[in-house]
Structures are given as C-alpha cells and as structure tokens.
Design a binder for this molecule. Structure first.
Ligand SMILES: *Cc1c(COP(=O)(O)O)cnc(C)c1O
Length: 385
C-alpha cells in the first residue's frame, strides 16, 4: 500500500530516512551492465518501493533507463501512470472485479490465475485497440499463488479465446533461490522450461520471467527474457552468504538527533521496566524515536547506533517515541542536536540493514519496509554532490 506523507514541515522531522536516489540509479546501472543486452529488467517497486517511496524511486529508475515495473496492487499502478511512468507495469496481486476499468484505462498488466478474470477483463477491454496484456503465473514450487503447471495448456486456450487479451508474460517465482542448496531452484526452472515449451507453440509467446535478485545474481541460465530484481536495486542482497554481487550501494539511511543528555549515577534503572541498570556513572543521550518509527522494541538492549562517528549501545527498553543511548565512552561531549545514525554511515563507521535484521532476527527487506514506511523521507542525490 502507498502511504501519503503529511505536507512537508521539515523542522519537525528530527527523525527521518534519507533516500539517496543517485545510489539507486547506480545500482540499476550496475545490474543493467551485468545482464546481457537481451535481458529485460522489471524493477520491483511494490510496498512503496520497499519503503523508499514508490513514486520517487520509479521516476529515478525511469531516468536511469528502466522501462518495466512491478507493483503489488492496481492502485499503485494507477499512481505510477499518473506520475508519468511509461512502459510495462505488472500488478502482482491481480485485480478485483471493480478494478477492471483501471487496468484498461491505465494500461496495467495484471497477473491472472483464474479463467473468470479473463472474461471480466475481456468485457472491459472491448474498446482498447491494442488489447490488454496479462501475465500468467505458474506455481513451479513456491507453494503460494498461481496455477499448477498441468493447467497451463487449458489456460492458454482460454487466453487465445478471450477477445482483446494477449499473453504479455509467463512467470513463476522461486521459493529459495537464496538458499545454500540450489537443487530446488533448478527443479523449479526445469518445470518453468517445460511450461514455456508449451507456450512457444501457441500464437502468443509472451516474455518469460522467473528470476528475483537471488536467481539473477546466482543463476544466469535462469534469466530468461526478463528478470525481476527488487532488493538489489535498493542496495542489498537477500543473503550475503550465498549471493555475491559486489558494488551495490545501500540507498536508505535512518537518522535522528539527540534531544537531551543526562549524567546518571551507577545503579540507575533506565526506561520502562528497568531492563537496563547502569553499572558505572553513565552519560545518557536520548533520541526522539522509537517503535512508532519502526525502531522495534525487540531491538532493546541489542542495537548499536552511531554518534560522533562511533558505535554506542542502545540501553533500556525502546519506547514509542524515545530511545536511550549510552554515550559514556565517547571522548567528546555529546550535545542536544548531535546527529544519531541508526542505519547508514557516519565518519568511518557504518550500520546496515543486514546488521539490524540480525539483531531483530529477520530480513533486511523487513527492516527497509519498516523504517522507510514509518518515517518522513528526505531525498538526496549524494553521489552526485
Ligand atoms: C518481491 C518480488 C520480487 C523481487 O524479489 P527480490 O528478492 O527483492 O529481488 C520478484 N518477483 C516477485 C513475484 C516478487 O513478489
């Protein structure tokens, strides 16, 4: 879903995510150069561009040459068109009956998995002269949405019979392309090859696409006509241990500033529940952000942040809008207004979404969506500066 930002009032945004659009364009070009000329890119900008802001992300990617995009919902596709995005826009979650009109009017390409959807679309497609492109999603082993491979021939006939509709793509999705064991990805790709062979005999071959970031960087033989990278555009890999793709630049940082500094005696309980107690005289810096900003309570007493270019520990339970930091070990006095980097770079130090995801027991994807979709976004073009 797309979340609208309140009208800009920058002095109130002490906590913010910074989005470096130059890094995003850099990542796109890196991927573009890695792929052969014949492989198309469908840039995945669902979930408000993985938290980076879909409209700004898509515009920057289009500037870098992108001509195909993937969103989750019809509404997102409509917004992209209204903000001037050209090229193919694929809608992963398909459409509801009352969204047929928008599919036609905005030339979106929905995924279909039910022949009923074809007749619905055909009745709306009537007036559109070049027809409506759809993508057929085949479940080759993900165990989620799509149709079983055995149903493909029947479905292709239904598409051929549906007036005003053509098959723009045949797609599938890997369940474990980032896993150490690669066997299941090869099996899925082989099933995909078989359903695509069926298609080649039909009147409308469509583009075949199955690769997410992990498959794109690991299995060139699975690139097919187009690839669908998401996380790599934003500067990360699904799993650094199995995927190797040097050079990506993280696009998002999360920053705030100290609003109070206090000297606490040894033995002081800190924040709700006193989950941390000082064992020495402690300089405590307070930052105006908490789980309301996606800095989850489960990070309490586990996270580190950057102040004055050094790592300092977060201490005590993280609150809704407030977080305590132990800055005792910093050589220079910390003052209100000093920058706190929760994710990103400061001086020589760096904390990335992978490290935070490790503290949280989750994936970098979730960290980006959380931070990005819960904070005010500032756009920069850092590498251009
Ligand atoms: C989200 C998504 C992608 C992108 O995956 P990454 O791992 O972020 O590259 C590709 N295809 C489908 C169907 C998706 O849902």
């Amino acid at each position: 879903m797309v979340r609208r930002q309140a009208a800009a009032f920058s002095s109130s945004h002490r906590s913010r995510v910074e989005i470096d659009l130059a890094a995003l364009r850099f990542n796109y070009r890196l991927i573009r150069n890695f792929l052969g000329e014949k492989t198309g890119i469908l840039s995945v900008v669902k979930s408000d561009g993985y938290g980076h802001g879909m409209e700004a992300v898509a515009a920057a990617l289009q500037e870098a040459g992108a001509d195909g995009f993937c969103v989750a919902e019809v509404e997102e596709g409509v917004i992209l068109r209204e903000t001037g995005i050209k090229g193919d826009i694929i809608v992963f979650l398909g459409f509801r009956p009352d969204e047929c009109r928008a599919i036609v009017d905005y030339s979106l390409q929905p995924i279909v998995f039910d022949p009923e959807q074809l007749s619905l679309l055909a009745s709306s497609a009537g007036k559109k002269k070049d027809g409506i492109g759809i993508h057929l999603k085949v479940d080759t082993g993900m165990g989620r949405s799509g149709i079983a491979p055995v149903l493909v021939p029947e479905f292709i006939r239904a598409i051929e019979d549906a007036e005003g509709i053509y098959l723009a793509g045949m797609m599938s999705h890997f369940h474990g392309a980032d896993q150490k064991a690669t066997g299941s990805s090869f099996e899925q790709n082989e099933l995909f090859r078989q359903v695509n062979c069926l298609l080649r005999g039909s009147s409308m071959p469509g583009a075949a696409h199955i690769a997410n970031t992990a498959a794109m960087v690991r299995f060139p033989e699975m690139h097919w006509d187009k690839v669908r990278p998401g996380i790599s555009l934003y500067g990360y890999l699904p799993d650094k241990n199995t995927c190797n793709f040097p050079g990506l630049k993280p696009v998002m940082s999360l920053k705030t500033e100290v609003f109070q500094v206090r000297q606490m005696p040894a033995g002081t309980g800190i924040s709700y529940g006193h989950s941390f107690r000082t064992d020495r005289p402690t300089r405590l810096a307070l930052a105006p952000l908490g789980y309301n900003e996606g800095y989850l309570r489960l990070l309490s007493n586990r996270a580190q942040v950057l102040v004055h270019g050094r790592r300092v520990p977060q201490v005590g339970n993280i609150c809704m809008n407030m977080t305590a930091l132990d800055v005792t070990d910093l050589p220079e006095e910390v003052l209100p207004g000093d920058e706190v980097v929760l994710m990103g770079e400061q001086g020589e130090e760096k904390i990335d979404a992978d490290e935070i995801a490790g503290w949280m027991g989750t994936l970098n994807y979730e960290v980006l969506c959380l931070f990005g979709n819960l904070n005010h976004r500032c756009y920069l073009n850092k590498s251009d500066l």
